[in-house]
Structures are given as C-alpha cells and as structure tokens.
Design a binder for this molecule. Structure first.
Ligand code: HEM
Length: 492
C-alpha cells in the first residue's frame, strides 16, 4: 500500500515537474535532431557559421527575443531581447566551455577566458592600466601611427578599389605593441604574426564547429590540433619576447636607482603593472603570458576590423562623409595637426558614426555565459548548468531601434529622445562587470586614426558588396574594399 502511494506521489511530481519545465522552455530553433541536437548545423566554414547565427537571430527576434539551441545534451538559451540581455550581463559572470576550453588553449586564463575567482583577482590588478589617463599618455604614439598609415596609403590614392583591412590591421597591431608593450617590431615580424593570428582564429572556429573535436582526447589525434600547436608556437614567440624585454627594462630601471629608462611615460602602463604584480607574487609566469596574449588577441583585431567597416560605410554614404569632414574642418581649421585630448570630445558626429558602425557591424557579435545559478528572464527561467548566448548583433537590430533599425543612420545617436533606453549598452563593447576593459583605448585609437584618414582622403566604397564570416570575431570574407581620392589639407 505504502509503495503504491509513494509511486503515485512520485508520478504526480514527475508529471507536474515535466509540465512546469516544458511550459518554461522557449521555442526550439528548427532542425533539432535526437541526441545531437543542432550540432550538425554548426559544420561548415566561417561564412556558413555567420549565416546560421543570422538565421537563429531572425528566429529569436520573431519569437520575442529568446530561442533554445541544443548541442547534444547541452542547452543554449539564445537571447536577443534588450531587457533580458541586461539581466544576464548583470548576473552571469562565468564564461562557458568555448572560452574555457577552446580559446583557453591560446590565451590561458587571461581576462577574457578566466574563471570567476581568477578573473576577480586579476581584473582588480589590471583595471588601472586601462583608465583614460593611461590611454591619454598614448596620444603621441597613436597620432604618429595614424600619420604613418595615411602616408602608407598614399601610393593607393586614385588607383581604384583595394583591400584596406590589412593596412589598418598592421597599423593597429603595431600601435598595440608600441603602447601596451613598449615594443617596436619590423614589418616582417608584424606580417608573420598576423598570418599566424589569422590561422589560429580559423583553427579555433573550426574546432568549435565540429562538436566531436570538443573532446580533448579525440582532438589530440587530429591534424587540426597539430596545426594549432604550430601556430601557437609562432604566436608565443612574440609574447615571450615582449615579456623578456620588459623584464630587462625593469631590471635596468632598478639598477638606475629609480630613474625611468622609458622616456615620456608618466603613467603605469599595462606591462609595468603586470611585472610589478609578478614581482610581488600576485601573478605567476603563466598568468603574465595569458594576460599578454589576451591583450594582443582582444586589442588589435576588433579595433582594426571596426575601422575597416567604418571606412566601407563612410565611403558608401557620401552625405555622412561630408558631414564628418565639415566637423573635422571646424575642429582642425584645415590643418593636419595632431588630434589632442580636447579635440576628441568635440568630434561628436565622428563618435556617432563609430557607435552606428558598432551597432550594425559589432566586431564581437556573439558572447556566451555559463549559468552557475538559475537566471530569471522576463518569460523564462534558465536553469543552472545551461548556457546563454547573447547575440549582440541581434540586440542591435531589435525593434526598440525603430523602423529604420536596418539603416546606417548615425544621426540617431544625436537624437537622444528617439534612442532606446540604455542605448550605450549596445555599442558592441558589452555591459556589466565583464564588459570590454579596452573600450577607452579602442574608441580613442579609432577616433584619432579616422580623424587623420578623413582629413587627407575622400573614401569611396560599396557596403552592399560586403560578405561576412564569423571567425571568433565578425570578419569580412569578401568585398571589403575602398578607393581613395586626395583632399587638400594644410600640413603642419
Ligand atoms: C572595437 C573594439 C572592441 C570591441 C568591439 C570589443 C568588444 C568586447 C566585448 C563584446 C567584450 C565582452 C566579451 C565577453 O563577454 O565574452 C570584450 C571584453 C574584453 N575586451 Fe574588448 N573590444 C574591443 C577592443 C578591445 C581592446 C582595444 C582591448 C585591450 C587593449 C580589449 C580587451 C578586452 C578584455 C581584456 C575583455 C575581457 C574583459 C573581462 O572579462 O573582464 N578590447 N570586448
């Protein structure tokens, strides 16, 4: 009798629980198969991956902002709703498997990938290296690098369309090495680093797309793993050099009884902070390497790709370009002088253009969190142990942006009344405690570079030729070209 009663109660509980869970699940993205879920949909190249993301995004927006995706037994809640996005970013700090296992093989426990206890400790140590005062101390280098870029593009003026991303990326990587790491490298080293960087991005994306390779044992037998080790060896040679050089400089500093051997540095930069922390035992050698690799990974690719998209969009919208030029004329009065700190806040329209570029073409369009606790969204509760995919690209095309949300219209950023609440949350740098630490650096560099470029050249481009791919970041696959015509600028 007791067994019967117990079985009845257990059955009722299971039925109720199943009903509750079922009622609580968002619509499942089409194409889910037994056992594998949607794993088969990931397979392909970076272009196919981006097409898939866009299709999931459409489905998610159609379904009210949340959709369910499955990889085997793993649940991925895909979120495109702005309010739910703010909830998740405010409560979930833990990164998921993709960061912890796949990216981690490259950048260890750097800030982007670290588990929360490590991240908390290191973020506190490194935060001061990204403040506006440190960024301002890079002003001279950022200006001279922008001038070098303008000069190097001189040979391509009036020569028709060319691929400009590599030019911008070389300049951004060189600037990143000079500013964050105080390291000057020749062009051959920069080019070789970029080649291996592109290779490792492709390898990690391919591993992500083939779920059977997520298993370390199976992956260790693949050619892809061998290629990964080769590329990492090359990339690490540079980070090792950065660290060794900085250690020597620190040693010289000490033996010079505190006299600075690095001229012009008034603020503690990233490497100074890291090495001081290592001397005090707060960071191990592995920690230092992870942070250096992370800052190179996160620092130059995102910034240069955003500038490349900005050039294509500016070149496709002559009215926007002329308005930017008029603002530059107003601030610089026809001269090509350096962009100073005070100029940056006066370049209001340039700022709006960059925000609009980040809205439509976010360099990091997908971020993922692992849920270590239940998280309540407006209509669903995501259970602990599942994952949440935040589609920044989807949030930025949500209907809160109005009926012209698909259009490139920088003016929207100047009409605050028609902007969605919290609009700055959606400029592509993420929000919350794990938002982009490099935002002030990135925005300053992009403004300075574009202010130099646009004073010297009129850009022409066609954004409708752009084909995109997702390789960790949102990268152009085809059609990312501009052509240049000269402007008349008074040299100082
Ligand atoms: C246009 C340029 C940039 C964009 C669009 C961008 C975007 C982002 C986004 C979306 C995140 C959140 C990632 C996540 O939650 O998984 C992030 C984090 C991060 N970014 Fe950026 N980023 C840019 C430039 C930079 C630069 C220049 C640096 C460093 C010099 C940098 C360093 C970082 C770091 C260290 C994190 C991890 C922060 C943490 O977890 O505490 N980023 N970035």
């Amino acid at each position: 009798m007791f067994v019967l009663l117990f079985s009845f109660v257990l059955l009722c509980w299971l039925v109720l629980r199943r009903g509750k869970l079922k009622g609580n699940l968002p619509p499942v993205y089409p194409g889910c198969k037994p056992i594998i879920g949607h794993a088969h949909r990931l397979v392909g190249d970076g272009k196919q991956l981006w097409n898939l993301i866009q299709d999931i995004q459409r489905d998610c927006l159609k379904n009210g902002g949340v959709t369910l995706f499955r990889l085997g037994p793993e649940k991925y809640y895909v979120v495109c709703d702005p309010d739910d996005y703010i909830t998740v970013m405010g409560t979930c700090l833990e990164k998921n498997y993709f960061y912890r296992k796949i990216l981690n093989a490259w950048v260890g426990d750097g800030l982007v990938t670290a588990p929360v206890p490590v991240w908390k400790k290191h973020q506190k140590l490194l935060y001061p290296a990204f403040g506006q005062s440190v960024v301002d101390s890079f002003n001279g280098v950022q200006n001279s690098q922008a001038r070098r870029l303008v000069h190097s593009l001189g040979d391509l003026v009036n020569k028709g369309p060319f691929e400009h991303l590599d030019h911008i990326a070389r300049s951004a990587l060189e600037t990143n090495l000079l500013t964050a790491f105080g390291l000057q490298k020749n062009m051959d080293t920069i080019m070789s680093y970029m080649k291996h960087f592109v290779e490792i991005r492709r390898i990690m994306t391919k591993r992500l797309q083939n779920c059977w390779m997520h298993n370390d044992f199976l992956y260790s037998w693949t050619d892809l793993k061998k290629q990964q080790e080769e590329a990492l060896k090359k990339l690490r040679a540079l980070s090792d050099e950065i660290i060794q050089r900085k250690r020597r400089v620190m040693k010289d500093k000490q033996s010079n009884e505190g006299k600075s051997v690095e001229q012009g540095k008034q603020f503690k930069g990233f490497m100074d902070l890291i090495l001081e922390s290592s001397a005090s035992g707060a960071l191990s050698d592995a920690d230092i390497r992870a942070q250096v690799d992370t800052m190179v990974l996160a620092g130059f690719d995102t910034t240069s790709t955003t500038m490349a998209y900005a050039c294509v969009l500016i070149g496709s919208y002559p009215a926007v370009q002329e308005k930017m030029y008029a603002e530059l004329e107003d601030v610089f009065e026809g001269s090509d002088r350096d962009v100073e700190r005070g100029d940056l806040s006066r370049l209001v329209y340039l700022d709006a253009v960059l925000k609009e570029v980040g809205r439509l073409y976010p360099a990091a369009p997908v971020v993922i969190r692992y849920l270590d606790k239940d998280v309540k969204l407006q209509n669903y509760t995501m259970p602990a142990g599942s994952n949440c995919v935040l589609l920044i690209s989807g949030l930025n095309r949500h209907q809160v942006w109005g009926s012209d949300r698909e259009e490139f219209r920088p003016e929207r950023w100047l009409e605050t009344a028609s902007l969605p609440e919290n609009s700055n949350a959606f400029t592509g740098f993420s929000i919350g405690r794990r938002a982009c630490i490099g935002k002030p650096y990135a925005v300053t560099l992009m403004k300075i570079t574009l202010a130099h470029l646009l004073r010297h050249y009129r850009i022409k481009a066609e954004h409708r030729h752009l084909v995109l791919q997702l390789e960790i970041f949102l990268k152009p696959a085809e059609g990312c070209q501009i052509s240049l015509e000269p402007r008349h600028v008074r040299m100082v």
